[in-house]
Design a protein around this ligand. Structure first.
Ligand SMILES: C[S@@+](CC[C@H](N)C(=O)[O-])C[C@H]1O[C@@H](n2cnc3c(N)ncnc32)[C@H](O)[C@@H]1O
Length: 217
């Protein structure tokens, strides 16, 4: 089963599943790191049923929610309502359906370990950010929990923080930090015989402002 088919299948149950994996504290920490302001625009990538989107809308931030799964976005719309600052778009990590320099913030919670090419996905995040905009990625540290790959269709067994730091810098982002979020992702295998607690990192970067020609003269 592909990751896309997996998420289409679990869309109706995702909110309940997600509550078992991680807590609302992770969302609060991610949003706090970006120091969001009401009236600004954010992209929630791999939005799923809107875990991050909901927190952003609650703070008056407009949201473009992108996901490969139409079923996930249907569930998100059903829960949060269409309009009122929410714009849902089906799209792929390496070709986001968002214009260049369109948003002030990019969020990606538990998304990167599912995408085929994480470095290319991060370059796409930088592309859609306005100069001065911030990206916040929350995801799994490197782990050796094989049932997450076989049962949850994760593509990557988490990420090394140094590698992630390099990918963010290579995408042209500055003020890059990748730190322990102080949160864990908890999961159980289908048989109930294996369980995992994986630490979560919080990565941050800022898109450099375009230097003014006058400043360079
Ligand atoms: C683990 S879920 C996380 C959902 C949500 N961010 C949350 O925290 O509840 C990963 C989401 O990323 C989406 N996704 C995975 N690979 C993707 C890709 N290549 N392009 C776009 N979305 C993708 C999945 O469909 C799924 O909804």
């Amino acid at each position: 089963m592909s990751s896309k088919v997996y998420f289409e299948t679990v869309a109706d149950q995702w909110d309940a599943m997600r509550r078992g994996f991680f807590t609302d504290a992770l969302r609060d920490k991610a949003i706090a790191r970006a120091a969001v302001s009401a009236g600004r625009a954010a992209a929630d990538l791999g939005a799923g049923t809107g875990f991050i989107s909901e927190g952003l809308l609650h703070r008056g931030v407009k949201v473009i929610a992108v996901d490969q799964s139409a079923a996930m976005l249907d569930a998100l719309r059903h829960k949060l309502g269409h309009g009122r600052g929410l714009d849902c778009r089906v799209g792929e990590a390496e070709r986001l359906p968002i214009d260049d320099a369109a948003v002030d913030y990019v969020f990606a919670n538990m998304y990167l370990h599912h995408v085929e090419s994480p470095a290319a996905a991060i370059k796409e995040m930088a592309r859609i950010l306005k100069p001065g905009g911030r990206v916040v990625i929350t995801d799994l540290d490197t782990h050796d929990v094989s049932f997450l790959l076989t049962e949850h269709h994760d593509r990557w067994p988490g990420f090394d923080r140094d590698v992630l730091t390099r990918w963010l810098a290579d995408a042209g982002l500055s003020e890059v930090t990748v730190v322990n979020a102080g949160e864990e992702c908890c999961a159980q295998s289908g048989c109930g015989c294996k369980s995992a607690r994986i630490s979560v990192f919080l990565a941050h970067g800022v898109k450099r402002a375009v230097p003014s020609p006058l400043a360079e003269a």
